[in-house]
Design a protein around this ligand. Structure first.
Ligand code: ADP
Ligand code: MG
Length: 250
């Protein structure tokens, strides 16, 4: 769905965004509007530009055409804007990216104390709160590599939440996990969705998309091919490519 008039209540507004890696066009005229509290799931074949799209939102990647507004602030070369916006966005990757030499608790405390200038006791209280939320408080003093993949990803989610973001971006958060650990991570993400968090989730977990998403998007060749609520997306997609993709993965 390509919109040109941004809804006023959009927290993320991408308008006709294009991006190239050298001569290769990775994003082709992508427009996307996400309201506060909305959950968007993005799926699509490997190499279709899903990671690039969400990385552009907090400017881990730069786009060359079009406009990205987050909370009404344009993501461009203005470094102050970028740091302000990054404070309001949490991001989760396939690899958990925890600091291996720090305990779980210290992994959570480092952001709030260094960036938010919180006192250590305050940050500890906050960290324990989120570790309880992801049901891992009893592992607070372990090191990341002493935990399972699913536990590490839950710690990574708790760490992102400690920065009290307004938006959470997830890039295939369960793809690196053994099958038996996928559910424990999805359950934490379900809770987060219930709490009203604005979420963009790149995933092929279609059960999650069905339950949680307000909108499901299919990307192919750098374009948004389909964007529809799950009821429509899974049963009456407008584009044959969506049917084809679903047939492959379901
Ligand atoms: P997806 O997440 O859907 O698999 P990506 O956004 O990672 O897709 O990548 C889309 C395309 O862009 C792929 O063909 C990939 O090889 C290419 N690509 C990604 N990152 C870079 C980069 N830093 N430099 C050049 N090409 C890249
Ligand atoms: Mg990717």
């Amino acid at each position: 769905m390509q919109t040109t008039t941004p809804p006023h209540d959009a927290i993320i507004q991408m308008t006709s965004v294009s991006k190239w890696y050298g001569k290769f066009q990775v994003l082709d005229d992508v427009s996307l509007s996400v309201k506060k509290g909305e959950r968007v799931v993005i799926c699509g074949p490997s190499g279709s530009g899903k990671s690039t799209l969400i990385r552009c939102i907090n400017r881990l990647e730069e786009h060359q055409k079009g406009q990205i507004l987050v909370n009404g602030i344009e993501m461009n070369d203005n470094v102050r804007n970028i740091s302000r916006i990054r404070l309001s966005i949490g991001m989760l990757f396939q690899q958990f990216n925890l600091f291996p030499h720090l305990s779980v608790l210290d992994n959570l405390i480092i952001g709030p104390t260094l960036v938010r200038k919180m006192s250590r006791p305050q940050a500890t209280e906050l960290a324990m709160h989120y570790l309880e939320k992801v049901q891992i408080a009893n592992q607070a003093h372990k090191f990341p590599l002493q935990l399972s993949g699913g536990q590490q990803q839950r710690v990574a989610i708790a760490r992102a939440l400690c920065m009290q973001p307004e938006i959470m971006l997830f890039d295939e958060p369960t793809s690196a996990l053994d099958p038996e650990m996928i559910k424990e991570v999805l359950d934490v993400m379900l809770d987060l969705a219930d709490s009203g968090m604005t979420m963009i989730v790149v995933t092929h977990e279609m059960g999650f998309a069905r339950t949680v998403a307000d909108n499901v998007i299919l990307m192919a060749d750098g374009r948004i091919v389909e964007s529809a609520p799950p009821e429509t997306f899974f049963t009456q997609p407008a584009h044959p490519r969506t049917r084809q993709f679903l047939d492959q993965i379901l």
